[in-house]
Design a protein around this ligand. Structure first.
Ligand SMILES: Nc1nc2c(ncn2[C@@H]2O[C@H](COP(=O)(O)OP(=O)(O)OP(=O)(O)O)[C@@H](O)[C@H]2O)c(=O)[nH]1
Length: 218
């Protein structure tokens, strides 16, 4: 089964302007953002997208499978390189606004690797032209079950103009390093788009999460 896409909106907020309590709702929230990232994490069901995000944000590996199909929105604020980063996970409706896309496969599943090509064509069809893509081979700890060689991943990534990393969601340090590097790359590569996104954010989106009561991270 093909999986879903996690759209990750990352807003970098200066510490001094961060709200101290739970996120306020309403239009005032928009003014607290300096820059805005909208990232998308896509790949087959079960490749570990949720765990990758949680490992990054919670520093904790969740070993139970929690299918997030149907969950509209999740949010977490973390610190990356001294910067407070707000991560909002959206569903596919924000595909077209993505500034960076993580395509995730499971190195113990040849099938999930083959589906990357399908995901790439979805990206080409729906995402903004020239969006930065990264291929991530997850579950790198499952060496004994490996079905996708590192060179294979590298080759595919090169073919589609992507960077390639192997990762394992169960090692939060590794994930944090990897995400930090990628976020930094995206921040540099999309500077102009970030400014644009900030403007868009300022215009306000009534259906956005700041106006939603669903602000849990579960
Ligand atoms: N060994 C190992 N297992 C992992 C890793 N990452 C995730 N898993 C396991 O893989 C299963 C699926 O992980 P999820 O993060 O829920 O996968 P997902 O891609 O978000 O799946 P959907 O919500 O169905 O799209 C869970 O049982 C996780 O514990 C990893 O790096 N190594």
């Amino acid at each position: 089964m093909l999986g879903r896409a996690l759209a990750v909106r990352v807003s970098v907020i200066p510490a001094a302007r961060l709200p101290t309590g739970p996120s306020p709702s309403g239009p005032a929230m928009a003014k607290q953002y300096d820059v805005l990232f909208q990232l998308l994490m896509i790949g087959d069901s079960g490749v570990g997208k949720t765990c990758l995000l949680r490992g990054f944000t919670d520093k904790e590996f969740h070993s139970s499978h929690i299918s997030t199909i149907g969950v509209d929105f999740k949010m977490m604020t973390i610190e990356v390189d001294g910067i407070k980063v707000r991560i909002q996970i959206w569903d596919t409706q924000y595909y077209r606004r993505a500034q960076g896309i993580f395509l995730v496969c499971d190195i113990s599943s040849q099938r999930s690797y083959q589906h990357i090509m399908k995901w790439v064509s979805d990206v080409d069809e729906n995402a903004p032209e020239g969006v930065q893509k990264t291929l991530r081979g997850n579950k790198a700890d499952e060496e004994q079950k490996r079905q996708v060689g590192s060179e294979q991943g590298q080759r595919l990534a090169e073919e589609y103009g992507m960077d390639f990393y192997e990762a394992r969601a169960c090692t939060s340090l590794h994930i944090k390093e990897s995400f930090t590097r990628e976020l930094e790359g995206l921040r540099t590569a999309t500077n102009d788009e970030l400014a644009l996104a900030e403007l868009e954010e300022d215009k306000g989106k009534p259906e956005g999460p700041e106006n939603s009561s669903k602000t849990c991270w579960c």
